[in-house]
Design a protein around this ligand. Structure first.
Ligand code: 13P
Length: 340
């Protein structure tokens, strides 16, 4: 056992704190910038990330930030490298190391995540650049006859190879098997597919000798498909999700950090809050949100230097609400308060 891994994993799920996912790939950040009419240039990406990373007081609720390859090599406008900017605020830098989901051969509509070749060397470099944890995302779609077992086990095998290599490098892996909630499937179907996914992932992790104490799981919540006519409420989502996790995630794993996956920012907060209200649980239940932490800030910024302050306040507000959801202390009424 490497005690540094357990120490970092626990720090990432410290009381009242969670992770900001700011590791959008070039394609994804372009999509986000298109939505506010801003061109995705290297300098605009740098300015936007600097806004987030230097938000006053965000470190009260944010334990770590997941960076993209370009970002971990960039400097803030005062010349300080971004990993140092984060460290100086007590925020742990992390890095997305996968190379994206690509079509899976002989499996129409399914993908497998690439990025294992050369990963050992890249991990060493990222550690030098200041990263203390890593992330790899597998993507599972729900359809009439998918996911196939072939897709689940292929992705689980790759996730476990990533996790083993990451731990060997002295870094904490965030293992992210995302079951997409696009579609009209019921919450029962989400539960079934998420269960099969987690079964495959933890079987592969065990076979590949992972250290449960030195990892975090980043799963989807068990939701009704976004186009399902019957939408489960927050309490139902919390019950289904916690039941699924209790069946599959070892108690030795320090924390589960959910992705938001296209839920509204308020739903993502309310669902996490409902789960923590059902506690105590064997693991910390926290967040590693991208869109649900950034959406209001991105909109407030709109590429305008003069709006940085407003955007930082919007980000701080979501971070604070999600911090409250870590202990079941969030209430939707808080949303009515003006941004201050
Ligand atoms: P979302 O919270 O926007 O789903 O992003 C989290 C993430 O890191 C996806 O890989």
């Amino acid at each position: 056992m490497n005690p540094e891994l357990e120490h970092t994993a626990k720090a990432l799920v410290a009381e009242g704190k969670g992770i900001l996912a700011a590791d959008e790939s070039d394609g994804t950040i372009k999509k986000r910038f298109d939505s506010i009419g801003v061109e995705s240039t290297e300098d605009n990406r740098r300015a936007y990330r600097e806004l987030l990373f230097t938000t006053p007081g965000a470190e009260e609720f944010i334990s770590g930030v997941i960076l993209f390859d370009e970002t971990i090599r960039q400097d803030a406008s005062d010349g300080t490298p971004f990993p140092k900017v984060l460290e100086s605020r007590g925020v742990i830098p992390g890095i997305k190391v996968d190379k994206g989901a690509k079509p899976l051969a002989n499996a129409e509509g399914e993908t497998v995540t690439e990025g294992l070749d050369g990963l050992r060397d890249r991990l060493d470099e990222y550690r030098e650049l200041g990263a203390r944890f890593t992330k790899w995302r597998a993507v599972i779609s729900i359809g009439a006859s998918i996911p196939s077992e072939y897709c689940l086990w292929t992705n689980a095998h790759a996730l476990a190879r990533f996790a083993a290599l990451t731990q060997e490098a002295g870094l904490v892996p965030i293992v992210e098997p995302e079951v997409l909630m696009d579609g009209d499937h019921t919450i029962e179907r989400s539960f079934e597919v998420t269960s099969r996914t987690l079964h495959a992932v933890f079987t592969e992790l065990r076979d590949q000798r992972f250290e449960p104490e030195g990892m975090l799981l980043k799963p989807n919540m068990v939701l009704s498909g976004y186009e399902c006519p019957e939408q489960a409420g927050h309490e139902q989502v919390a019950e289904w999700t916690v039941r699924c996790l209790r069946r599959h995630v070892p108690a030795a794993v320090p924390g589960i950090v959910f992705l938001s996956g296209g839920q509204s920012d308020e739903d993502a907060t309310a669902n996490l809050n409902a789960m923590n209200a059902l506690g105590p649980h064997p693991w910390e239940l926290s967040f590693s949100y991208g869109r649900a932490l950034q959406a209001p800030a991105l909109k407030a910024w709109g590429g305008d230097e003069a709006k940085v302050d407003e955007a930082q306040k919007a980000y701080h507000r979501r971070a604070k609400f999600n911090g409250a959801a870590r202990s079941g202390a969030y209430a939707p009424e808080m949303e009515a308060a003006a941004v201050t």
